[in-house]
Design a protein around this ligand. Structure first.
Ligand SMILES: [Zn+2]
Ligand SMILES: [Zn+2]
Length: 166
């Protein structure tokens, strides 16, 4: 275990309640309910970072409760479908995920040099997007804003030469 603080009781209760509801969803989807899925479910809902599927697979590949890569990928897909995880694309090929259980709404800035994910929230952006929806008569459920560029640290490093295919 790499975490310093014991998980708070409320977080554990929140995860247990979410698991009970997820089991209902699994049943309705005709998916199997297994201890491996529970292991993956808990691991993901305790993560605070932006992660790739293979990072989850790697984290759960060893030890007594190890789970197979295939089970990780299938369970991830089910959790996305259920709405407990959202996908954040940082390029056409690399998908990052984050869990959303009890997490406040936020947007992302992604550094294209070092891959840093920076979270921010902005009332003005939220207000403008809602105004745009009102104008068009669109009922907003949620929104995502992703800004691509270079973080403050990378701006101080010498600019990398871009590779051009000609
Ligand atoms: Zn950076
Ligand atoms: Zn985030």
């Amino acid at each position: 275990m790499s975490t310093n603080m014991p998980p708070s009781q409320s977080r554990t209760e929140l995860i247990e309640a979410a698991w009970t509801e997820f089991v209902t969803f699994l049943r309705q989807s005709g998916a199997r309910i297994t201890s491996s899925r529970k292991t993956i479910f808990e691991h993901i809902l305790r993560r605070k970072d932006h992660f790739r599927a293979d990072e989850v697979a790697e984290a759960l590949a060893h030890g007594r409760n190890r789970v197979s890569r295939g089970t990780v990928y299938r369970t991830l897909a089910l959790m996305v479908e259920y709405g407990l995880i959202r996908q954040i694309r940082d390029s056409d090929t690399h998908v990052h995920y984050e869990q959303t259980l009890g997490q406040p709404h936020h947007e992302h800035m992604i550094c294209e040099d070092c891959g840093a994910f920076i979270e921010f929230d902005d009332d003005e952006i939220n207000r403008l997007l809602q105004a745009a929806c009102d104008r068009i008569g669109f009922a907003q459920n949620t929104h995502r804003v992703v800004v691509f560029g270079r973080c403050a640290t990378c701006q101080k490093k010498p600019q990398k030469r871009k590779t051009h295919h000609t």
